[in-house]
Every structure is written in structure tokens, then in C-alpha cells.
Design a protein. Structure first.
Length: 369
């Protein structure tokens, strides 16, 4: 029986989402295959790893330009292999895991792992080394300079970047981003927003300070709004206060077409039911809205890896970038104006990118090698 090891790291939504997607795809395609998903960074570095993770999140959310400098510095480096030799404890933990689990395939959704795997097992290793690249277009060289056997990418635009980086075409597999296989279960045949009240999903995972004000502005539009606040109870209370104030002081019926949702595993359903997503250009967020065929208004872009995600939406005319609350409201209005002419254009274009079966196709590939 085949054994597949999936390695990730909790520094970004894309890494973990891709890892979970691969595991879910394998569970559906081949439920009897042995699969183990591990994040070795907290296991190895403990409290220090949490400090690094929080610093990274603070950089990308509060000082995105600073992270952009770090990202570009990494992209210029050509000695990743030597640098990752310093991760002695991480290598020891990975080595012990490899000895115990004896995988046939190792799938990495975080760049250092393919280098470490090669250092531990060398050229005579028996297991396949697979890198799942979670970025689009602005793919950092740290990904494709690794010694992986195959590189799984989300789209043809990213495949071109990896090829231009020197990776042979036969090592690049364009399957799409491994979103949850549940995206393949839902129909994408939405009723036109010109025939019903448009459904808008606002996922708040960045720019939380201005989020309540944007909710207030959106509720003045003729839309059905769903707002996700995750596990942030302070944010939930702020959004609820805006809605309650509007009900009391603005007009009757204000806030009657709004739902507030905390942490949820229903994103596939919510995205497939919505006409429009408002959110940041994170790897998982953008790829999930593509899988759902739901046009997107991007209201936050982190310099570096998220720039490519935003470019993918803009260059394929599948949505818009609007970095202020005024701009977001204007884009929502434009999307649904004139019998939703702009929305229909975006919807047709994003549908061409959609690969909701990506995790299932990746699973079948992993079982075949």
C-alpha cells in the first residue's frame, strides 16, 4: 500500500490550505492509502516558531511593503541548499519521520522541505519529491530552484514562470490549486444577479480596522451580504454594532439582509452560492474563489507572493482591485449595474480558470508515480 507524506508550515493560509486539500483529495480518491500530514516547524522550534509566525503575520498585514523587501531578497538568493543545512534540528525530526513512515511520495507545500529531503536522502532516495507551489505568477525562486521531481502549479501563467526559471516542462504539472474536493460537488450555475438580489460575501482576514465601516457602506446597497469574521470576537462585536446602529438611526430594514459568520468550514458552499467575493489576495482565498467561479474584488494585497494572485484576477479580467472602502463600494455598484453587465463578463472569465477537481486530479497523479 502506498504511503504519502504531506509536509506544510503554518506561516500562511495557502500552505496549510493546499496541504489539507491534497489530503482531502487522497481521502476521496483512495481512502485506504496511508497519508500523514505534518507541520514540523512547531514540533521542532516550539515557542520560537510561534514568535516567528506572529512576526511574519504582522509584517504581511501591517507592514506589507517591508515583507515585500524580504520576499524579493529571497527571490534573488541562489544558495538555498546551503542555507537550509543550518536547520539541523528540523532535519533530524524529518529524518526520524522518514525512517518511521517510509513514504513512497513526499508532498511539500512549504519551500524548505524539498531541499531538506534531498539533503537527508540524497540522489539515491526511493521516494518521490513533489513541490506544490502555492503562489501564482510571482512565484519565488525558492520554489523552483529546489531539487523536487515534480512541481505542481495552479495555472498556466505560473507554469510559464517556472519554465522560464529553468525547470524542464515535463517536471511541471498544471492541475490547479488543491482546494477542497467539496468545490467539485456544487453547481456553479448561479441565477443572474439582475434577476435576484445579488449575494456578496465579504471575508474579513485583513484590514480589520476599516472593515466595520465597509460593512456599513455595503449595507446601504441593494445586496444580500454575508460577512465572515473568523474567531475574532472583537471584530464580530464591532460589525454587529455597526448593523445595530444603522437599524436604529438610518432607515427601516437596514441590516435585514446581512449574515455574520464566525469560523466556518462551509466556504465551498458560501463561495459557490455568492455572486461576488470581497477579500484579500491570499493564495487560498483567490484560488478558492476561482474554483467556485465567483468573481472577486480584492481589497488588500501583500507585497510579494500576493501580488501574483492579484495579477491573475486582473489580467484575466475576473474581478477588480479596490484598496479603499470607497473603491470597493464603487466596484460592487459597477459589477451589478446595467443588468449586471460587468459581473457577467467577470463570471465568464473566471469560469475559464476554474479547476474545482484539482485536489482529486493531484491525488490521482500522486498515486500514479
Amino acid at each position: 500500500m502506498k504511503r504519502i507524506l504531506i509536509l506544510t508550515a503554518g506561516f500562511g493560509e495557502g500552505h496549510n490550505s493546499a496541504a489539507r486539500g491534497v489530503r482531502a483529495g487522497l481521502a476521496r480518491v483512495a481512502p485506504k492509502v496511508e497519508v500523514e500530514l505534518r507541520d514540523l516547524f512547531p514540533e521542532t522550534f516550539g515557542a520560537f516558531n510561534e514568535i516567528v509566525r506572529r512576526t511574519y503575520l504582522a509584517l504581511i498585514n501591517r507592514w506589507p511593503k517591508s515583507w515585500g523587501y524580504v520576499y524579493n531578497w529571497l527571490d534573488r538568493k541562489k544558495d538555498f541548499d546551503k542555507r537550509f543545512q543550518r536547520f539541523r534540528d528540523l532535519k533530524k525530526n524529518l529524518g526520524r519521520l522518514l525512517d518511521r513512515f517510509q513514504p513512497d511520495v513526499v508532498v511539500s507545500t512549504f519551500p524548505p522541505y524539498p531541499y531538506l529531503l534531498q539533503q537527508i536522502l540524497g540522489n539515491e532516495r526511493r521516494c518521490k519529491n513533489i513541490a506544490v507551489i502555492t503562489d501564482s505568477i510571482t512565484v519565488n525562486a525558492i520554489w523552483y530552484r529546489s531539487p523536487a521531481d515534480y512541481f505542481v502549479v495552479a495555472n498556466e501563467q505560473s507554469a510559464a514562470v517556472v519554465r522560464n526559471g529553468g525547470v524542464p516542462a515535463e517536471k511541471i504539472k498544471v492541475f490547479g490549486f488543491p482546494v477542497s474536493p467539496r468545490f467539485a460537488d456544487f453547481t456553479k450555475d448561479r441565477q443572474s444577479p439582475s434577476a435576484i438580489v445579488p449575494r456578496v460575501l465579504y471575508v474579513i482576514n485583513a484590514g480589520t480596522r476599516r472593515a466595520p465601516a465597509l460593512v456599513r457602506r455595503l449595507l446601504e446597497l441593494d445586496i444580500q451580504l454575508t460577512v465572515t469574521v473568523g474567531r475574532d470576537e472583537k471584530l464580530r462585536r464591532a460589525v454587529e454594532a455597526v448593523i445595530d446602529h444603522g437599524k436604529s438611526h438610518l432607515r427601516q430594514g437596514y441590516g435585514s439582509r446581512v449574515d455574520i459568520i464566525g469560523w466556518t468550514d462551509e466556504m465551498p458552499r458560501l463561495l459557490c452560492e455568492s455572486h461576488l467575493l470581497i477579500g484579500k489576495a491570499g493564495g487560498a482565498t483567490v484560488q478558492e474563489t476561482i474554483a467556485a467561479g465567483c468573481p472577486m474584488i480584492i481589497n488588500h494585497v501583500v507585497s510579494g507572493q500576493e501580488e501574483g494572485n492579484a495579477r491573475l484576477i486582473i489580467e484575466t479580467n475576473s474581478g477588480a482591485i479596490a484598496l479603499s472602502n470607497d473603491a470597493v463600494v464603487a466596484e460592487v455598484q459597477r459589477a451589478f449595474a446595467d443588468e449586471a453587465k460587468q459581473w457577467h463578463e467577470w463570471s465568464a472569465n473566471i469560469g475559464k480558470l476554474s479547476r474545482p477537481r484539482a485536489s482529486l486530479d493531484i491525488a490521482e497523479f500522486l498515486l500514479s508515480i
